[in-house]
Ligand binder design. Structure first.
Ligand SMILES: [Zn+2]
Ligand SMILES: [Zn+2]
Length: 179
């Protein structure tokens, strides 16, 4: 249950991402606590992609600092060392290097990001540094339904709400569909 709650929390933080090419987030866990979270966004004071457009080079947007780097900045070093990272999508090669150099031991990836650079090197780094990478296929509807159900448990914030939340997967209509 704990991992599911952390996974949901990190996924919610991805909403704060400021580049609409990909909104991701990363959380760092140590000793059963979520110690820090980061999402991809422009560094403080710089304009956001969502406001001024992307900074494109070779089909990558360079404007944002990635969620993993921000998670490392947001987390006390003693928790990053030997810690576990939850990454929405797959770390790019630079973030993989950062996570590895900072001593993260386990990486849980949710879904994948085909545009990610240097994918083939991730496994090399993981092997040399003794990092375990687990790939998770997550049904978000199922995950958030479970979380809503947990919130409706006795004592939960939805327990006395007088209703229960149900997640429904609605098929997309015409213009909502993504090319
Ligand atoms: Zn961008
Ligand atoms: Zn990255």
């Amino acid at each position: 249950m704990r991992f599911m709650v952390f996974m949901g929390s990190v996924a919610l933080h991805s909403v704060l991402g400021t580049c609409d090419r990909l909104r991701t987030a990363c959380g760092i866990i140590k000793d059963k606590r979520l110690r820090g979270v980061g999402y991809n966004g422009s560094i403080s004071g710089m304009p956001h992609c969502d406001d001024v457009g992307h900074l494109m080079e070779e089909n990558h947007c360079l404007a944002t600092r990635h969620g993993e780097a921000n998670a490392i900045s947001n987390t006390d070093r003693k928790y990053v060392r030997g810690g576990q990272a939850i990454v929405v999508a797959t770390p790019c090669i630079n973030c993989m290097k950062d996570l590895a150099a900072e001593g993260v031991r386990h990486i849980d990836c949710v879904g994948s990001y085909a545009n990610s650079r240097g994918q083939e090197h991730l496994d090399d780094i993981a092997r040399v540094k003794g990092i375990t990478i687990r790939q998770h296929e997550i049904d978000w509807a199922e995950l958030f339904q479970k979380l809503f159900d947990l919130l409706a448990r006795k004592g939960g914030i939805l327990y006395r709400s007088g209703y229960r939340l149900r997640i429904i997967k609605e098929p997309l209509t015409g213009d909502e569909r993504i090319a």
